[in-house]
Design a protein around this ligand. Structure first.
Ligand code: IMP
Ligand code: MG
Length: 177
């Protein structure tokens, strides 16, 4: 196996980015309660770290979706839905990374239609704007990165590396990319 990891953001850099996002959220919402919805599995560590930096009342929920991008349109399937209704809530969807944008676009469109939240914003640890095929802009973002494959802090390659406490670029042998 000739995979190579190169650190992109250290644990300290990730922690500082999460503190900065928490400050931005606190400035925007003040003492109003918010509902954080993390997208499993990748966003679990980020969602929990972020929640612990927030001082208002926070409801924490997780959902799980699967994407099939074999076709041009790209199809998203709900694997695990919301535990509670989002009606009347200030909601922030939390993702590990926004790549094509299809997952986040799907969630935002679906919940705007069916859940009637008071507000709905998007927070991501990482953003790859160069890869976007569906327009979506995060309201809160840890880092913008170029078109590289990254792992750690929840992000995986074939279910490995999610537990790294930092974010690394994964270099694969040519045939696997
Ligand atoms: P999107 O619908 O293309 O924006 O897909 C986002 C999902 O693709 C993320 O939640 C990740 O699960 C996965 N993904 C995209 N880029 C990477 C990466 O560089 N490393 C690990 N997973 C990624
Ligand atoms: Mg994800």
């Amino acid at each position: 196996m000739s995979e190579k990891l190169t650190t992109l953001f250290s644990h300290q850099q990730v922690a500082a980015a999460i503190r900065r996002i928490a400050e931005e959220i606190s400035k925007d919402y003040g003492d109003q309660p918010i509902h954080l919805v993390g997208v499993l599995r990748g966003a679990a560590p980020f969602t929990c770290s972020l929640a612990m930096q927030l001082t208002m009342l926070v409801a924490l929920d997780f959902i799980r979706v699967e994407s099939y991008f074999g076709t041009n349109s790209g199809e998203i399937k709900d694997i695990m839905g919301l535990s509670e209704s989002l009606e009347g809530e200030h909601v922030i969807i939390v993702e590990d990374i926004i790549d094509s944008g299809q997952t986040m676009r799907y969630l935002v469109d679906q919940w705007q239609k069916t859940q009637r939240p008071k507000s709905l914003k998007v927070c991501t640890l990482l953003d790859k704007p160069l890869r976007r095929t569906t327009p979506i802009e995060p309201d809160y973002c840890g880092f913008e990165i170029p078109d590289t494959f990254v792992v750690g802090y929840g992000l995986d390659y074939n279910q490995r590396y999610r537990n790294l406490p930092y974010i690394a670029e994964l270099l694969l042998p040519d045939a696997e990319v």
